[in-house]
Ligand binder design. Structure first.
Ligand SMILES: NC(=O)c1ccc[n+]([C@@H]2O[C@H](COP(=O)([O-])OP(=O)(O)OC[C@H]3O[C@@H](n4cnc5c(N)ncnc54)[C@H](OP(=O)(O)O)[C@@H]3O)[C@@H](O)[C@H]2O)c1
Length: 340
């Protein structure tokens, strides 16, 4: 892991910008290029796009020019995947880390998964998907499970007022601001939870247990008044919060649970309390609870999402070809992050 690694950042949205900030000055990683999806970002300095001083790297939409830099890894953090790009990157021999958890599973369909696998084979490259949730919060749960002699239920809860993430496109896709009686609201939220549906079998396999069924349930909290959050507005009577779970059942019992309480603000009914972080529970012997919470009042979700991917880059570059998951890598940790 002492060899320096060349990295190309793919887009500079919320998480992509945090990834750039996490790579600048890194002792092992060299940010050598950046792909821009937005035409108005092409030609601009990547540091500037990520909200820091210029770093002398310019964003481009020229995929071949980026691959000609012979990067070891692409940090792929676009809003939606472009499979032509992914195929081209992987078959060129460049590895990929991504916050799109479903890229490592089957959520985009078998044809997409097959394209990725075959591109990895052709290029001898690997793809790893993580983030905070799905992703690293569950790794922490699994690390805690090593203390147990018996486990009845493993659950992870993400419990946040998400307005700090300020992503209107994502929140509307999740179903925020829809009428709670609109069937599209349930469907939107279930579809947004597709990555949790991918995560449950990964945890089950890692824990050596089989689940018979993966299910989903959700309740809605409704805004008491029209509210302007700056980046989007919510209308009175529309969805302002979700409380739900994706669960894996065995013999009719829920044994693996990925739960969430996502809220926009406080003025809603019901107004579920949030813990501003992650609560991991293992029911068993012994029962264990782990909390991932901010030291101040805000856990920056862009950083906690990006860094489990950025910090995995050295391990992913050393991994065997193919789609690799948490269980196939050494324990991902913040190597080199003790720095000024
Ligand atoms: N696992 C986790 O914990 C976790 C948590 C949060 C998010 N995520 C996932 O991480 C990815 C990035 O999230 P984000 O919040 O950083 O996203 P974002 O800021 O909304 O978008 C990232 C970038 O994608 C490009 N983009 C925008 N609209 C697009 C579209 N319709 N099709 C293709 N590209 C588009 C833009 O590139 P430019 O920079 O060129 O403008 C944008 O800046 C998403 O897939 C999200 O679901 C995972």
């Amino acid at each position: 892991m002492s060899r320096r690694l060349k990295v190309v950042q793919w887009t500079t949205g919320k998480t992509g910008s945090a990834a750039v900030r996490g790579m600048v000055g890194h002792p092992i990683l060299d940010l050598v290029g950046c792909y821009a999806w937005s035409p108005d970002k092409v030609g601009r300095d990547v540091g500037e796009l990520a909200g820091i001083d210029p770093i002398g790297v310019t964003a481009t939409d020229d995929v071949e020019a980026l691959l000609a830099l012979r990067p070891d890894c692409v940090s792929y953090m676009a809003y939606r995947p472009n499979f032509d790009h992914l195929e081209r990157i992987l078959e060129s021999g460049c590895n990929v880390v991504t916050t799109m958890y479903m890229l490592a599973g089957h959520g985009y369909g078998e044809e997409a998964t097959q394209r990725i696998r075959e591109a990895c084979d052709r290029g001898g490259s690997s793809l790893y998907a993580s983030g905070i949730y799905p992703g690293h919060a569950v790794m922490v749960a699994m690390a805690a499970s090593a203390m147990c002699s018996r486990i009845e239920r493993l659950s992870v809860l993400e419990s946040l007022d998400i307005q700090g993430y300020a992503n209107e496109q994502m929140f509307r896709a999740q179903g925020f601001d829809l009428d709670p009686d609109d069937p599209a609201a349930y469907q939107a939220c279930e579809s947004a939870c597709g990555s949790f549906k991918e995560q449950v079998p990964v945890v089950a396999e890692a824990m050596g247990v089989e689940v018979d069924r993966v299910g989903f349930r959700v309740e809605f909290g409704v805004a008491n008044a029209d509210t302007d959050f700056g980046f989007m507005t919510l209308q009175k009577g529309r969805i302002a919060a979700f409380k739900g779970t994706v669960f894996g059942e065995k013999d009719g019992r829920s044994i693996i649970e990925c739960s969430f309480v996502w809220k926009l603000g406080e003025d809603m009914t019901p107004n579920w309390p949030v813990t501003h972080g992650y609560v991991i529970e293992l029911d068993g012997v012994p029962g264990v609870r782990v909390r991932l919470e901010p030291q101040g009042d805000h856990l920056d979700g862009t950083v906690t999402t990006a860094m489990p991917c950025v910090n995995a880059i050295p391990m992913v570059c050393a991994a065997p070809p193919g789609i690799v998951n948490h269980m196939e890598l050494p324990f991902v940790r913040g190597i080199g992050q003790f720095r000024a």
